[in-house]
Design a protein around this ligand. Structure first.
Ligand code: HCA
Ligand code: CU
Length: 398
């Protein structure tokens, strides 16, 4: 019976969804920090405030912003902190006293600091040795704690760092009282199994709660982040549409839906805001969201092939994992040379014509012979959906 009620039933069995929604995996959104590192992205302070407000309403747990980039960013950080949102506002800076002072100036209660700990970051960027980096890390955490701040430490480039040294740093900052550790795959070099092993190793070393921050250089950011969650991390870093340095990090929409649908977490995100959040970014950055972008793209819920149309016109779940309106998107059907008999019959019925035996097939053939590709797209929303259910013209087998 369950199988009939839930078209995703067997998929959920493979996904090992046994937790009955008892897991809580949080989202940190870094659109205002990592997102602004994307070429071409720069927000005004008004836009930053609007984005933070909407992300908070959506239900992310933490919102990250960097106050050290410019006086303008400092001002935005201060204003957003003052707004009294439910999410923690995380002031992101380097593991340096002078940066922590800026976070303090913004009245931050929560901060994040990062320090490259791989050999290449130590030599090419920081030009300090392992011992000096370890001391810098401990000193920064001590300074943060002495000022009553809560915070996270990012062991930058963790996926390429010497594991023994990585564990040593994680232990030391945990002993110093850090509240969370971010495990980043800064250059996107991990495969899911690698991220799982990395997070598991740190999880076995310290009790500190872990974030995962995965870059998308080979398109595996979300897969890697979820592998990190499987290994015990309980917070994923995202940005709206995944924007960030180079090819960015996981997108808010994909991550939120993966958590709700594939992990059945109890986050209570306002998923129906997802499309609007993506549109907001599009409007503020003038970067068009690609139409094939999962969840929020204009094609994410379009159906085109004849066999797909035939099934979707009877029951959209045949080719959809979720109702588009639940994520703020809309379903569309595409008529053209690929539309089969069912699609053609439906189009005829929409035009008020009764499709007699053979007519729909002729119409479908006619569409093919036109050789004009896609001819017409229509939204298949509530009003039309109701009509499908009662429409007997969509009866043929495809
Ligand atoms: C950076 C590096 C960072 C930090 C991630 C984090 C990364 O651009 O500052 O603070 O969790 O990818 O390692 O984005
Ligand atoms: Cu990053």
């Amino acid at each position: 019976m369950l199988v009939m009620q839930d078209s995703n039933y067997f998929a959920n069995v493979y996904n090992e969804l046994r937790n009955n929604g008892n897991t809580h995996i949080n989202i940190l959104d870094s659109t205002l920090r990592e997102g602004e590192q994307h070429p071409g992205v720069s927000f005004t302070n008004k836009q930053r405030i609007q984005i933070a407000w909407m992300l908070d309403y959506f239900g992310v747990s933490q919102i990250e912003i960097s106050p050290i980039v410019s006086p303008d960013h400092e001002k935005a950080t201060k204003t957003i902190i003052k707004a009294g949102l439910s999410a923690d506002i995380v002031a992101h800076c380097r593991a340096l006293k002078q940066d922590i002072d800026v976070a303090l100036k913004c009245d931050a209660e929560y901060m994040a600091m990062y320090l490259g700990i791989s050999d290449i970051h130590l030599s090419a960027k920081l030009r300090i040795n392992k011992q000096q980096a370890l001391e810098r890390a401990i000193e920064a955490v001590d300074y943060m704690k002495a000022h009553g701040l809560k915070g996270r430490f990012t062991v930058e480039d963790a996926s390429r760092a010497d594991p023994e040294y990585l564990k040593q740093v994680c232990k030391a900052i945990s002993d110093a009282g850090i509240d969370r550790i971010s495990v980043p795959d800064t250059v996107g070099i991990m495969r899911p199994r690698g991220m799982y092993n990395l997070v598991k190793m740190i999880k076995e070393t310290v009790n500190t709660p872990l974030d995962v921050h995965c870059h998308n250089d080979i398109g595996l950011a979300l897969a890697n982040a979820l592998a990190g969650v499987d290994a015990g991390a309980d917070q994923i870093h995202v940005t709206i549409d995944g924007v960030g340095e180079r090819t960015g990090i996981p997108s808010l929409a994909e991550t939120a839906l993966a958590l709700e649908l594939l992990y059945k977490t109890r986050n209570e995100f306002r998923l129906d805001m997802l499309k609007d959040l993506s549109k907001l970014l599009e409007q503020y950055t003038k970067m068009e969201t690609h139409e094939s972008k999962p969840i929020v793209g204009d094609s994410a819920f379009k159906h085109k092939a004849g066999t797909h149309l035939a099934a979707v016109l009877r029951n959209p779940s045949a080719y959809e994992i979720i109702e588009p309106r639940k994520v703020g998107n809309r379903r569309k059907i595409v008529f053209g040379e690929l539309a089969g008999k069912s699609g053609a019959a439906f189009l005829l019925s929409l035009l008020g014509m009764e499709a007699k035996v053979g007519d729909a097939q002729k119409f479908a053939n006619g569409l093919k012979e036109l050789r004009m590709g896609d001819i017409l797209e229509i939204f298949l929303d509530e009003k039309l959906e109701k009509r499908i259910i009662s429409d007997q013209s969509v009866e043929s087998t495809e």
